[in-house]
Design a protein around this ligand. Sequence first.
Ligand code: AMP
Length: 193
Amino acid sequence: MVRTLLLAPPGAGKGTQGERLAAHYGVPHLAAGDQLRGHVADGTPLGAQAHGYMDRGELVPDDLVVRLILDLLGGDASRDGFVLDGFPRTLPQAEQAHSWGLANDRALDAVVSLLVPEDELVRRLLERGRESGRSDDNDETIRKRLKVYNDQTAPLLDYYRQRGILHEVEGTGPVEDVTSRIIDEIDAALQQR
Ligand code: AMP
């Protein structure tokens, strides 16, 4: 049983590693960006509200995202653990998620930060844009998303460091090696629980 969060800039491998960790631990992978893209594709009211922000590389307002993700985390599927990716992304989101987690017996065990140099992030995102056609993987929006990460999400590293649950892992090199490093960190954290 593990409740973990992958906290890293766009292009660091949260989605790929999130899938692999979820399979390893047998828990659901919950990616805020995937959930939001699903709402946009389905044309829901939430999707309609979110999609302009996403296309511009800005964050969707906190209240919309917090409600969406905490509702999902509160469901039965996440009762025995989860791998979260892409949420929380702002301090108000982190604070709300933290209080909610304590109140609902779903507090995080470990937060994993993936370390990848910025030029590598840009290279990977441009490549993903060419391959997948994701509309926000273009040069201008990539720069914007990296800035948003540095300004609004990077402060969460200290937030979780102060709570003693932050684990920094080298995010470059073969995918399997990164996964093993993350699993070692999470397992060590679970041992100390
Ligand atoms: P991602 O797939 O994680 O790169 O997310 C894609 C886009 O979805 C982001 O650029 C934001 O516009 C939006 N998004 C994802 N997660 C969040 C969040 N926790 N808070 C606000 N916006 C988010």
